[in-house]
Write a protein that binds this ligand. Structure first.
Ligand SMILES: C[S@@+](CC[C@H](N)C(=O)[O-])C[C@H]1O[C@@H](n2cnc3c(N)ncnc32)[C@H](O)[C@@H]1O
Length: 354
């Protein structure tokens, strides 16, 4: 039986069933591994290490411990997709089988290379046999495109659906992949921005999508977030998420073109503006500057290639702010958020504006 080192949450055995259900519901429990019972405690295998606030936030006051240890695999038969497909595909095809996938709530999303497209259904079925805990297996079809930044998906196995509840850092997010943009790869960035927000700030999220920034922020801080998106389906999903979470702050969801919102604004209202629309934010920097108070912060996102993406985003953002009639007082963090294409990153720069 194979085993692996995993982060764990150790809880008293008499609390085990309650905590197991909570961890499962929040997507933290790694069901590919067996829970270990030792003396009067249970060790629950987790996908990621949890912070104290996350644990107490979802379980309430509890006697617990965290760490890492070996867990036995709960899977029977082949452990990897390539292993399970070895009698069905040639060696050169097996080399192209995806090693990773996106996990969004109870949906797994595979990226199947063009060369294997005729085997997509088989790959999806076999993937579902290996990973039985997913309700649905989808494949990406084509690139993210258009104003709403959505793409098509092909159903491969399991329940036919594209909607789910995705949990990141304890935030429950209503997602429908066919209707509105969502990426599970931005969780660190959502949480990073939420931690920078101070109590009573007024934040404008210009391109909120299904609202991960607003939900992260208002779960952690007593702040007000104006959440704007041109895609009505994205705002409907945000409204669902507002009911799924206990929020300390408030969210004001607005459907529409952010330019209409900023041009109506008579005075600068925001202490912070989030511009996470990396393929189009450059066109809206003057709109952000218009609603931003003096000494306010802009989080500017862009797709940047080249050898020195840090310098490039800095130069581009400085120029755009200056063209808008404002100036950069200080640069906070410049960060490579994720790979967006070969030799290209989704970058973010935090700018304090005079
Ligand atoms: C990359 S996605 C949003 C990502 C979101 N901030 C997140 O972290 O998941 C960009 C979003 O901008 C929205 N959008 C595009 N043009 C817009 C505009 N002019 N006004 C408002 N929203 C816009 C799209 O509908 C899309 O949901």
């Amino acid at each position: 039986m194979m085993s692996s080192k995993k982060p764990f949450l150790k809880v008293p055995a008499n609390e085990g069933e309650r905590i197991r259900k909570i961890l499962l519901e929040h997507g933290f429990l790694d069901t590919d591994f067996k829970i270990v019972s030792q003396n009067t405690s249970l060790y629950m295998p987790l996908h990621q290490k949890l912070q104290k606030e996350q644990i107490i936030g979802i379980t309430g006051p509890i006697d617990y411990d965290i760490g890492e240890r070996e867990f036995e695999s709960a899977l029977q038969g082949p452990r990897t997709l390539a292993e399970a497909l070895k009698d069905h595909l040639s060696a050169s095809e097996l080399a192209l089988v995806p090693r990773a996938y996106d996990l969004i709530g109870d949906i797994a999303v595979l990226e199947i290379p063009e060369e294997l497209s005729e085997h997509s259904d088989l790959i999806g079925r076999v993937f579902h046999d290996v990973h039985k805990n997913f309700s649905t297996v989808l494949a990406k079809r084509g690139a993210i495109s258009g104003t709403t930044r959505t793409r098509e998906y092909q159903h491969l196995a399991g329940e036919i659906k594209t909607n789910t509840i995705h949990t990141e850092y304890g935030c429950r997010l209503a997602v429908d992949l066919s209707k509105a943009y969502f990426s599970p790869r931005l969780l660190e960035e959502h949480n990073r921005i939420a931690q920078l927000v101070q109590e009573n700030e007024l934040v404008v999220d210009m391109f909120c999508g299904v609202g991960p920034f607003p939900v992260h922020i208002t779960r952690q801080r007593k702040a007000h977030v104006v959440a704007i998106d041109i895609n009505p389906e994205a705002i409907d999903l945000l409204k669902d998420s507002m009911k799924l979470n206990r929020l300390l702050g408030t969210i004001e969801p607005i459907i529409g073109d952010v330019r209409k919102y900023t041009s109506k604004s008579e005075e600068a209202v925001a202490s912070r503006v989030i511009m996470n629309h990396p393929s189009g934010a450059f066109d809206f920097v003057s709109d952000a500057c218009r609603i931003l108070k003096p000494n306010g912060v802009i989080h500017y996102y862009d797709f940047i290639g080249g050898k020195n993406p840090e310098d490039e985003i800095k130069n581009k953002a400085f120029k755009l702010v200056e063209e808008s009639g404002r100036s950069v007082q200080e640069i906070g963090r410049i960060r490579r958020v994720r790979d967006s294409a070969p030799y290209e990153f989704q970058m973010v720069i935090d700018l304090l504006i005079e």
